[in-house]
Design a protein around this ligand. Structure first.
Ligand SMILES: [Zn+2]
Ligand SMILES: [Zn+2]
Length: 108
């Protein structure tokens, strides 16, 4: 897995952080001292890890469906969309909750 050194330090131990992209395209920041011990199947070194998920920004626009605020979302794969701030995800039933308004932004 390619890792990219970052100009940031680990909040736990002060070592430098690296950016890693997993096979599934997810991005995470982790401590450069953390390693995977293949023989014993355990992680060694510092345990700091931060998943870089979707980036969410509040917008000054209102949802055409319910009148609540819209948010601007950049997904971890770089796609952009506007969606309703009331939208959520019910992990138990694996279903979206709240308002279903969504507008994908195509910047090509
Ligand atoms: Zn660390
Ligand atoms: Zn809405």
């Amino acid at each position: 897995m390619p890792v990219q050194p970052l100009n940031e330090t680990c909040p736990l131990c002060g070592s430098s952080l690296v950016l890693q992209v997993t096979r599934t395209g997810k991005r995470l920041k982790k401590c450069s001292t953390s390693k995977w011990d293949k023989e014993n199947m355990v992680a060694t070194g510092c345990t700091y890890i931060e998943w870089l998920g979707n980036e969410v920004k509040e917008l000054d626009e209102l949802c055409p469906q319910c009148g609540q605020k819209l948010v601007f979302v950049t997904t971890s794969k770089g796609k952009k969309m506007k969606k309703c701030s009331t939208a959520g995800w019910n992990a138990e039933f694996r279903q979206p909750t709240g308002c279903t308004y969504i507008q994908w932004i195509n910047d090509r």
